[in-house]
Design a protein around this ligand. Sequence first.
Ligand SMILES: Cc1ncc(C[n+]2csc(CCOP(=O)(O)OP(=O)(O)O)c2C)c(N)n1
Length: 648
Amino acid sequence: MNDSHFNFEFLDKIDYPEDLRKLGLKDLRTVCAEVREFLIDTLSKTGGHFGAGLGTVELTVALHYAFLTPRDKLIWDTGHQAYPHKILTGRKNRMNTIRQLNGLSGFLKRTESEYDVFGAGHASTAISAALGIATARDFNGEDYKVVAIVGDGSLTGGMAYEAMNNAGLLKKDLIVVLNDNEMVSLSSVRPTLWSLHSYFSEALTHPSYNKFKTNVWELTGKLDVFGDRLRSVAQKVERGVKAIVTPGMLFEALGFRYFGPFNGHNVFKLVEIFQHVRDLKGPILIHVRTMKGKGYAPAEKEATRLHGVTPFDKITGISPKKSDELPAYTKVFGEALVEICRQNPKVVGITAAMPDGTGLTLLHTEMPERFFDVGIAEQHAVTFAAGMATEGYVPVTAIYSTFLQRAFDQVVHDCAIQKLHVVFVLDRGGLVGGDGPTHHGALDLSYLRCVQGMVVMAPKDEQELRDMLYTAVEYKDGPIALRYPRGNSLGVDVRPGFRKLEIGRGVTLRGGKNVAVLAVGNVVPYALEAAEILAAEGIEAEVVNMRFVKPIDDELIRLLALRIDAIVTVEDNVIQGGFGSGILESISKLGLSNIAVKLHGLPDDFVDHGTPNELYRMLKLDAEGIADVVREFLLSRRNAATPQLTSS
Ligand SMILES: Cc1ncc(C[n+]2csc(CCOP(=O)(O)OP(=O)(O)O)c2C)c(N)n1
């Protein structure tokens, strides 16, 4: 149960949208205030995605009021703005569990609620999904409404335009709500704007446009039940004033009817608009203007900082900082990149709407001309980088592990085939915690390792991160990647300057004779701790930091196999095609037949959300877990070598 101390006049009686729809229109403003207050109170205790949800309160209330959800289907893009939707769709009393182990997901999840029509977490998918749903609806002869809600940031992703183009051709009945809060990227310096922002602003100030808009709106008001007639009348009006610029021209060119922009915090107006358009035919785009963080002063002022929060003080909006906190890997990377950029004028930094999250904000501040935020457009980011590489620049392309999945073909087709020197820096490799399965970096070692000629590294600490970044920038022979986890660095002594690592060389960290534990990246320190645990039990485990997932250090494996006949590989990537698979390939290449190998890594399943510590413990990827896996492996070998007599 929620421990909220509020007594809400309306919200206490609303469990599902049908309860909301029993209220009078006049009550909706109070409902919005209550949802907002509930959200602020809950998130101040739990943390989670914050600012975007504050901005969609009125929109959410109006949508669930004007449409017959769940029969009518709402498809939220990305899903980080859907907390108000969760509050109104049966999950109010579990909001205090959001993003916690076994608690509510921070995004939309089909298995969580019938109101979560389409799962999300990554941006720009909603219009495609909505069009698919509308098409299936028509095949089935059904008549529910389909509404996609998309942020202006998510509209910087190419897929949104691919979907709109297709929707215009298919002419399906589909409503897209553009939630425009003038914030595309997550940057505390100066968030990138949607390029179309100025296009809209300029068009809107045009006096003829305002007149035109009023005319059309009055017409729609009179003719809302006669969709087709309305359309033809509106088109006549449009032809009459076709010489002027209208903000919706872009969407209209794609086959959408455009309405807006409207104040996205006027719940009455929103309900009126949705009721007007719900029965219109064909693809419709409703443009609403909202403010990220609306109604909570600290979040209005610092929209990026309060995009996602840890528990905070409600008065100040400030989260307590642990005084002993070590710098995040993100920060270590950001600082190292600026140092490298100072030494090498050819190096540039590229991010896809995540300057803060990737640490590139520092480069933005220090050398803005060497910094590129391309919007939520990972595919474009990679090919843009490839283009720069053809001209001798060294693009350091910093993209979260999970988001680079989007650009796999660009990595292969635009970078690898042409052997272009693009540096990929993947933050959030491994399990990220509260964001859950859509955001875990569980696949990167597999999807990068299989690309011909790609070099893949994973640092075990901040010193190695710096050296690997430098190595990657100095390497000239093609694409090269490094991946590291979300979270804080280890606090090792970092020497000044950088050292170039030998490509494909691992390092033995601890000698042993019973078993070799080969690890990369984040889990190397756990493997070392596991060796300590095992040593206390009389098991001597050698621990090797392989550093490179590709190329694998074959010589190290060959020499190891002369002394040790049991290997355990450890990685926080799925086992399929990952680091351990690379070790098996090396063993196969070397023709080693007398060595037993146990692969340990992430399962062939999607790992839910929880804190990283909880998840690593659950999956036996912490020190104790690794020690257990090694012990069991050695035991099973011993048992296999000594056949037991069985009674029949
Ligand atoms: C493919 C992808 N890249 C990056 C992100 C990270 N991300 C989450 S929300 C967000 C900003 C989204 O902007 P917008 O759609 O306008 O929503 P707002 O938060 O402004 O309401 C970004 C970049 C993501 N979720 N998906």
